[in-house]
Design a binder for this molecule. Sequence first.
Ligand code: 5GP
Ligand code: MG
Ligand code: MG
Length: 180
Amino acid sequence: MNNDIKEILYSKEDIAAVTKKLGTQITKDYADKKPLVICILTGAVLFMTDLVREIDTYCEIDFMDISSYGDATESSGQVKIIKDLDKSVEGRHVLIVEDIIDTGRTLEKVMELLSHRDAASVKVCTLLDKPARREKVVTPDYAGFEVPNEFVVGYGLDYTGFYRNLPYVGILKPEVYAEN
Ligand code: 5GP
Ligand code: MG
Ligand code: MG
């Protein structure tokens, strides 16, 4: 699995450090707000679980699954709701947690859905921001790293369902795509 990686962009230590920094900022910003932290499945699950451990105030967790990618490295252009939230966001301070914002389609869809549900506030925290390919006007309130225009895997991000369990974020070797 590690042999399929051309270059490590962010090590386990880099990710831990940036997550701690984001958590500290979020702790300050949400001190009296008891935020509802929403993890966008599946990619953000590793980041969210590490991030909430750096948030030192009351918060709740919920999950939403919105899919715009099949197994390919390019978005299908269609955004589907696979799993909605269990909790109500009404009157709540919502913090959406994403693995990466690429075209912005997924986030735009989530924002649109939530806009009808009377949250007190909605903000976005993403581990990775890839602004080069943005199609929609969406900007994260908190971002770990700005990534180059490359398809990355690891720490939650997959290619054909694999590589999510890599502890770092890296770029796949081109020959790995050629095999598929
Ligand atoms: P968007 O809707 O912003 O184009 O993409 C959002 C979703 O597409 C992310 O949550 C992620 O699951 C997937 N995605 C976008 N860019 C990448 C990438 O470079 N690598 C991987 N593995 N997934 C990506
Ligand atoms: Mg995702
Ligand atoms: Mg994916």
